[in-house]
Design a protein around this ligand. Structure first.
Ligand code: HEC
Length: 470
């Protein structure tokens, strides 16, 4: 497939990666809450069947509505995920659909069962005996966990495709090295979110404080899986590629800080849950539970940011760079250009005084805009606007050496020069006239830099030197 088969959308000041990140974080949080809510409902129904006081009231109070809201909003943001990923990364999504077609279908079946069971409980639950209610809720829980199970295989494959690379089959990709740690980690997070929401709901119930306290003590048991999270986190870190690990543990300050925030927030929640709630049996007020939930949202957001970021420069490791170019295509594009044959015109071509600057803007759209804007988020003008002309040329020509989490530049010397001129022009305040730069000596120097850098990703990635699947 030609990388220009799909248009590269221009979101103005918003970086494309951020667009998908924002929707993704919200969706993951809501979806995990819907799963954890299922765990809580099933567990409390089981208690109700054994005659635990107030359990049935808890189920019929608004916890079930809370779960309903989360699966409605979960479904809405889920569809939004498809829409945004198709806008932002159509080639990535195309490959995910190609490889895992039937797994998506199975995931959809799980989701359907989840919705039907959840709705049946809402509609008929009040009239059913405890045993039937338990079956319905258990079905809801198993199905919602099932959809996590299936989608988790596909998402973890993006970061650690494992034995799938080099001809492994779809199951090798599905049960990839980070499959189990991320599945179990997400299950623990889901359970935590469900328990915290349940505690908040118990606080709204019209029963005396001692009864509330007793109910809180019971639903708090669903916080116990949190104890395994540090271990699961270490397991996950151990199986991800060495360079991803290096870059989220110091290699990139932003990534490392987000990781620290996710770990720190989780640790705080975990410490309070295990020591305060489970061991010292403190009474947890609704406000405290809401605060802990907010903290958990922060941890989820930071964690998802790190997980997405750790894949750079790939969206599917060793297979597809973040800018939708494959490693195997770079050499050809070095020769033929990255925008030759792109049928989609620039939105604002008239803004640029020379064809060279138009070319530069086109190249930036195709090769850089997945991670950079011109002067907004991660803006190229902020990063390289103050550099000397040769410094710009050298760093762009040797992109994968400038920062190992950038893909190699995939165009000829003329395109490097066009991008360098564009950044310089923008940094100069976008004047009405700008000289065309076509000195053969300059282009020859850029070509030498391109050749020195080669067409492979950064050499610190030993596995990248192995053959890649086209
Ligand atoms: C996979 C994502 C990604 C792609 C694609 C990408 N970059 Fe980057 N680039 C980054 C990140 C992340 C940084 C680090 C920003 C920071 O340090 O704050 C960066 C930094 C830079 C810097 C500053 C380097 C330094 O050492 O300070 C320049 C210049 C740059 N990129 C240019 C480009 C150009 C030009 C393209 C397109 C040809 C491009 N990048 C494509 C992610 C990317």
């Amino acid at each position: 497939m030609d990388p220009t088969a799909y248009p590269v959308n221009d979101f103005g000041p918003a970086m494309r990666g951020m667009v998908i990140g924002a929707v993704g974080i919200l969706h993951v949080f809501l979806a995990q809450f819907a799963i954890g809510g299922g765990f809580v409902l099933t567990y409390v129904q089981w208690l109700a069947g054994r005659g635990v006081p107030d359990a049935r009231r808890f189920l019929d109070s608004f916890f079930k509505y809370l779960v309903l809201v989360s699966f409605v909003t979960g479904a809405m943001t889920g569809v939004a995920m498809w829409l945004t990923t198709i806008q932002v990364g159509p080639r990535t999504i195309g490959l995910m659909v190609d490889e895992f077609h039937w797994i998506w279908a199975v995931e959809w079946c799980c989701f359907t069962v989840e919705i039907v069971a959840g709705y049946m409980f809402l509609r008929f639950g009040a009239r059913l005996p405890d045993s039937a209610r338990l079956k319905l809720l258990a079905t809801y829980s198993v199905a919602s966990f099932g959809s996590l199970f299936w989608v988790n295989g596909i998402l973890s494959w993006q970061l650690t495709p494992g034995a799938w690379i080099g001809g492994g089959d779809v199951w090798a990709g599905f049960f990839n090295p980070s499959f189990w740690p991320s599945l179990l980690y997400r299950a623990a997070v889901s359970s935590t979110l469900g328990a915290l929401a349940a505690i908040a709901v118990v606080n709204t119930m019209d029963i005396d404080r001692a009864a509330r306290h007793a109910l809180i003590a019971r639903v708090s048991r669903l916080l116990v899986p949190m104890a395994a999270m540090p271990l699961l986190g270490v397991w996950f870190m151990a199986v991800i590629p060495a360079d991803s690990r290096a870059w989220i543990t110091g290699g990139s300050v932003a990534m490392s800080m987000f990781l620290a925030m996710a770990a720190g927030a989780s640790l705080l929640i975990g410490a309070y849950a295990l020591v305060g709630i489970l061991w010292r049996r403190l009474y947890v007020s609704g406000a405290t539970a809401a605060l802990l939930l907010a903290l958990a949202f922060g941890a989820t957001a930071a964690g998802e940011f790190v997980r997405e970021g750790a894949r750079k420069p790939y969206t599917i490791r060793q297979v597809l760079f973040s800018n939708a170019i494959t490693p195997g295509e770079v050499a050809r594009m070095r020769r033929d250009g990255s925008v030759t044959g792109d049928p989609y015109p620039l939105r604002d071509a008239a803004r640029y005084p020379t064809p060279q600057l138009v070319l530069g803007a086109h190249v930036v759209r195709v090769q850089c805009s997945a991670c950079h804007t011109m002067s907004g988020a991660n803006g190229l003008v902020h990063l390289g606007g103050g550099w000397t002309p040769d410094q710009l040329r050298l760093n762009i020509a040797k992109l994968q050496r400038t920062k190992a989490f950038m893909p190699p530049f995939a165009g000829p010397a003329t395109e490097v020069e066009a991008v360098a001129q564009l950044i310089a022009w923008e940094a100069a305040g976008a004047p009405d006239t700008w000289p065309v730069s076509d000195d053969p000596a300059v282009l020859a120097q850029i070509q030498r830099w391109l050749d020195e850098a080669g067409t492979q990703p950064a050499p610190e990635r030993p596995e990248a030197r192995r053959e890649v699947r086209p």
